[in-house]
Design a protein around this ligand. Structure first.
Ligand code: UD1
Ligand code: MG
Length: 462
C-alpha cells in the first residue's frame, strides 16, 4: 500500500547543472545522444514510466533554454555549489505538497524504471524511513561515494550509517566496494528540513546531498539501501568513451525487446535501433543496419545488410538490401536494392522492384512498377506494371521549380531516356533507347529519338 500511495504523488528532481567538461564539447553533456535520444531523455523516460508526474531539472544558464522540448520545469543553478545546493534550490522553486521526491542525476541514461520503482517503494516517511537510496557493488578503484555501514549487534544486516565521498575517504573506506549510485527517494517534508542543515566542510568545499544520510540518522530516522543487481545500469557518462559504452548497452536492450517479440536480429552489435520502432514478427534484420525515426516494419520482411531506414513504413514481406529508405512507404513484397535510395515521401505499391543505383524521390509508384538499374524518378506518378529502363532520368527541375512527370499503366520506357517534366505519358506507351520526351505522349504511342517523335501507326481504339 505504501508503494501505491507513493506513486500517486511522486515528483522528481534531476540534477544536470554540471558543466560536463570531460565531453570536450560545445553541446551540454546531457544533450549528447544515445540511440537517437538525448542522454537526459532516457532518465526522464524511466522516471515518467514509474508514475512521476512532475520533474524539475536543475540546469545551468547554457542548458536551460535548450530544455523546452522536454516538457519539464527547470531551475537555473547559477553557481555549482554541490548536489545538496542543487536540490535545495529545486525545492525552493516548488510548492510543498507532501508525498515524496525522487532525486537522480541527468547523466545516467542506463537507469531503468525498475530501479526507480524499487527505490520509491522502499521509502516510507510516515514509518520513520524518509530516505531510500540505491547502492551498487562495483569493482575498485572507483570515484563513487562509499556506503559506510554499522554492523548491527543482533547479527542482522549491517545498517547504513553515512556516505563518504571518494575524495573524503580514509584509505580503509576506499576499500569499501558498495557505492552510492546517486538515486534517492526522500519524504518531501524530511528532505526540506534536512537539506537546510547540510554544510560544505569537506574536501571539495561543496554542499553534498549525501550528507543528508548522516543528518537524518542523527535525528533518529532510518535510511534504507536498495541494492541494484548490475552496477553497470547506474554508471554515469562523463566522456565520449563512456557515451559509446552506454549507447551499446541501450542498443542491446532495444534489440532484445524486438528479438523477444519475434524479430531475428543476426548481429545486435551492428544493428542500430531507436526507441519506439514497430517491427513485425519473423522479420530478419541483417548486420550493418540502422533503423531510425518513427519507422514501422511489417511481418516477414528482410532488412539489410548495410541498410538505413529512417521514417519508413514497410508493409509485410518487404526486402531492403544494401539500401536507404527515408520518409517513404513501401507496399507488400516490395524489393529494394542493392544500392537503392528511396526518399522524400515516396510511396511504392505492392510488388514494386527498385534495383541497383536507382533513386526515387517524392514519387508514387503503383503496384508492379520496375526500375532495376541506374535511374532517377523524382516528382513522378507511375501507373501499374510500368517499366523504367536502365539509365532513365525524370528531368524534374527546370532551374527554377520542380515539375511533375505522369506515367500511365503498362508503359515501357527504354534505356537511357530523359523525360523532361512537366510531361504526361499515356498508358501502354513504348519508348526506344535514348528517347528524350519533351511533349505529352498519347496512350499507345511509340516514341524514339531526341526530341521524341512518334513511329506508331495510330489505330482508333474503341
Ligand atoms: C555524486 C555523489 C556520489 C555518487 C555519485 C554517483 C554527491 C555529493 N556525491 O558524486 O556519492 O557516488 O554521484 O554518480 O552527491 N550537479 C548539479 N549541481 C551541482 C553539482 C552537481 O546539478 O552543484 C549535478 C551534476 O551535473 C551531475 C550530478 O549533479 O549530473 C552529480 O554531480 P557530480 O559532481 O558529478 O557528483 P559526483 O562526484 O559524481
Ligand atoms: Mg559524477
Amino acid at each position: 500500500m505504501g508503494a501505491f500511495m507513493n506513486v500517486a504523488s511522486a515528483r522528481a528532481i534531476v540534477l544536470a547543472a554540471g558543466k560536463g567538461t570531460r565531453m570536450k564539447s560545445a553541446r551540454p553533456k546531457v544533450l549528447h545522444e544515445l540511440c537517437g535520444r538525448p542522454m537526459l531523455w532516457w532518465v526522464l523516460e524511466a522516471l515518467r514510466a514509474t508514475g512521476v508526474d512532475e520533474i524539475i531539472v536543475v540546469t545551468n544558464s547554457e542548458l536551460d533554454p535548450l530544455l523546452e522540448p522536454f516538457g519539464v520545469r527547470t531551475v537555473v543553478q547559477a553557481e555549482q555549489l554541490g548536489t545538496g545546493h542543487a536540490v535545495r534550490i529545486a525545492l525552493e522553486s516548488i510548492e510543498p505538497r507532501g508525498g515524496f521526491v525522487v532525486v537522480a542525476y541527468g547523466d545516467m541514461p542506463l537507469v531503468d524504471r525498475a530501479i526507480f520503482e524499487d527505490v520509491q517503494a522502499a521509502v516510507d516517511a510516515g514509518e520513520g524511513t524518509p530516505l531510500a537510496l540505491v547502492t551498487a557493488r562495483m569493482p575498485l578503484p572507483s570515484a563513487f561515494g562509499r556506503i559506510v555501514r554499522t554492523p548491527s549487534p543482533g547479527g542482522e544486516h549491517a545498517i547504513v550509517e553515512r556516505i563518504v565521498e571518494a575524495k573524503d575517504c580514509t584509505p580503509a573506506q576506499l576499500g569499501i566496494d558498495e557505492m552510492n549510485a546517486g538515486i534517492y527517494a526522500f519524504g518531501e517534508g524530511a528532505l526540506r528540513e534536512v537539506i537546510a542543515r547540510v554544510g560544505n566542510d569537506n574536501a571539495q568545499g561543496e554542499y553534498y546531498l549525501t550528507d543528508t544520510v548522516e543528518l537524518l540518522i542523527a535525528a533518529g530516522q532510518r535510511v534504507v539501501a536498495v541494492p541494484v543487481a548490475d552496477y553497470r545500469s547506474v554508471l554515469g557518462v562523463n566522456d565520449r568513451v563512456e557515451l559509446a559504452e552506454a549507447r551499446a548497452i541501450l542498443n542491446r536492450r532495444l534489440c532484445e525487446q524486438h528479438m523477444r517479440a519475434g524479430v531475428t536480429i543476426v548481429d545486435p552489435a551492428t544493428t542500430y535501433l531507436v526507441p519506439g520502432l514497430v517491427i513485425g514478427a519473423d522479420t530478419t534484420i541483417l548486420p550493418g543496419t540502422t533503423i531510425a525515426g518513427a519507422t514501422r516494419i511489417g511481418a516477414r520482411c528482410r532488412i539489410g545488410p548495410h541498410s538505413r531506414l529512417d521514417g519508413a513504413m514497410l508493409a509485410d514481406d518487404v526486402t531492403v538490401t544494401e539500401s536507404v529508405v527515408v520518409d517513404s512507404m513501401l507496399g507488400e513484397r516490395v524489393w529494394l536494392g542493392p544500392f537503392a535510395h528511396v526518399r522524400g515521401g515516396a510511396e511504392l505499391g505492392a510488388d514494386v522492384r527498385i534495383g541497383n543505383f536507382v533513386e526515387v524521390k517524392k514519387s508514387d509508384l503503383a503496384e508492379g512498377v520496375k526500375a532495376n538499374h541506374l535511374a532517377y524518378i523524382g516528382d513522378s506518378t507511375v501507373g501499374p506494371r510500368s517499366n523504367i529502363g536502365a539509365g532513365t532520368i525524370t528531368a524534374n527541375f527546370d532551374g527554377v521549380k520542380k515539375n511533375r512527370t505522369e506515367i500511365g499503366a503498362d508503359v515501357k520506357i527504354g534505356s537511357n531516356n530523359t523525360l523532361v517534366a512537366p510531361v504526361t505519358i499515356g498508358d501502354n506507351v513504348v519508348t526506344g533507347a535514348g528517347t528524350v520526351v519533351i511533349r505529352d505522349a498519347e496512350p499507345g504511342d511509340k516514341l524514339v529519338g531526341n526530341p521524341a517523335r512518334s513511329i506508331a501507326k495510330k489505330t482508333t481504339d474503341t
